[in-house]
Design a protein around this ligand. Structure first.
Ligand code: 5GP
Length: 197
């Protein structure tokens, strides 16, 4: 069966397990590209520049916005985050699907720019479990955790406008579900991605 590269947006509340799910799926599908977002926030312990994010100054980020270098960008927690066209096109031009791990507003902006994009929402099993995961991560203050949790209900409401929702209750099942979804969209004859000539 023929495969067409697709652009997948993966969103969901911080702590819902997006990162783990995506890296597990990519172990079985190393051809799947993952864009490295640009951000003006500072690196967290363990984060690697140009692997976790392209960490930019406010001025550098503004310059790229002016140059039209972003497919989408958005502000959160007084910081800016965005997806560079160069990252997306590097994969699609090679015939590889690409995954963007971004927030829901970013997802909607991508869908407007690229209607063939597939929006996948990763939901936590419950708010209590989400809070526990965030606290265990230990990288944020109580105040920052409270801010993130206050965004969750907005994000959960937005999930109804996503193409697909995966509840990350059992990790192994969620990994299988995500891999199967990606496969289904890539082989779906009816909805080919727009690949540039
Ligand atoms: P964090 O600071 O925890 O890494 O990310 C904070 C939020 O920024 C998350 O909701 C994450 O999905 C979002 N984010 C990360 N990269 C991008 C991006 O390129 N564009 C947009 N719009 N949001 C992003």
């Amino acid at each position: 069966m023929s495969r067409s590269p697709r652009l997948f947006v993966i969103s969901g509340p911080s702590g819902a397990g997006k990162g783990t799910l995506v890296s597990r799926v990519r172990e079985g599908r190393p051809d799947l590209g993952l864009t490295v977002s640009a951000t003006t926030r500072k690196p967290r312990p363990g984060e690697v520049p140009d692997v976790s994010y392209h960490f930019l100054s406010e001025d550098e980020f503004s310059r790229l916005v002016e140059e039209g270098a972003f497919l989408e960008w958005d502000g959160h927690f007084e910081r800016r985050y965005g997806t560079l066209w160069s990252e997306v096109n590097a994969c699609l031009d090679e015939g590889r699907s690409v995954i963007l791990e971004i927030d829901v507003n970013g997802g909607f902006n991508v869908k407007s720019a690229m209607p063939d994009a597939v929006l996948i929402f990763i939901a936590p099993p419950s708010l209590a479990i989400l809070e526990e995961r965030l606290r265990k991560r230990g990288s944020e203050t109580d105040e920052q955790i409270a801010k993130r949790l206050s965004r969750v209900s907005m994000e959960m409401e937005s999930s109804s406008r996503y193409d697909e929702v995966i509840v990350n209750d059992d990790l192994e099942s969620a990994v299988d579900e995500l891999a199967a979804l990606i496969d289904r969209y890539e082989t779906d004859e009816r909805t080919h991605a727009h690949v540039r000539d």
